[in-house]
Write a protein of this length. Structure first.
Length: 109
């Protein structure tokens, strides 16, 4: 799902991947980790994958959501987009390279 964002420095959020693995002290105050647990408790489908307690948490296991990959293609105008519920570049070992390519079509590594 994507929609207007209340994040002041972006226009829309789009989360084709949710969840993350905490890898540094900078992750200690991650709002997304706390929010994912709340969304899981509310029954939100994209937050039912639990992560390992040492690095993640309830509802914050890395999960891909191929059903929303096409959303940006339907937008009629360009937008400033942020993936607010994961870090697509951290913990890449846990993510499927083909899916990452689908998130960023036309990009090469």
């Amino acid at each position: 799902m994507s929609g207007a964002s209340r994040i002041e420095w972006t226009q829309v959020t789009w989360n084709p991947v949710t969840g993350c693995d905490r890898i540094s002290p900078g992750c200690d105050h991650c709002y997304a980790l706390t929010l994912a647990a709340r969304l899981k408790a509310m029954g939100q489908a994209n937050y039912q994958t639990d992560g390992q307690p040492p690095t993640s948490g309830p509802g914050f296991g890395v999960a891909t959501h191929p059903d929303i990959l096409g959303a940006p293609l339907r937008w009629r105008r360009s937008r400033l987009v942020v993936n607010s519920m994961s870090d697509l570049s951290v913990g890449g070992r846990d993510r499927d390279a083909a899916f990452r390519s689908a998130v960023f079509p036309g990009q090469t590594r």
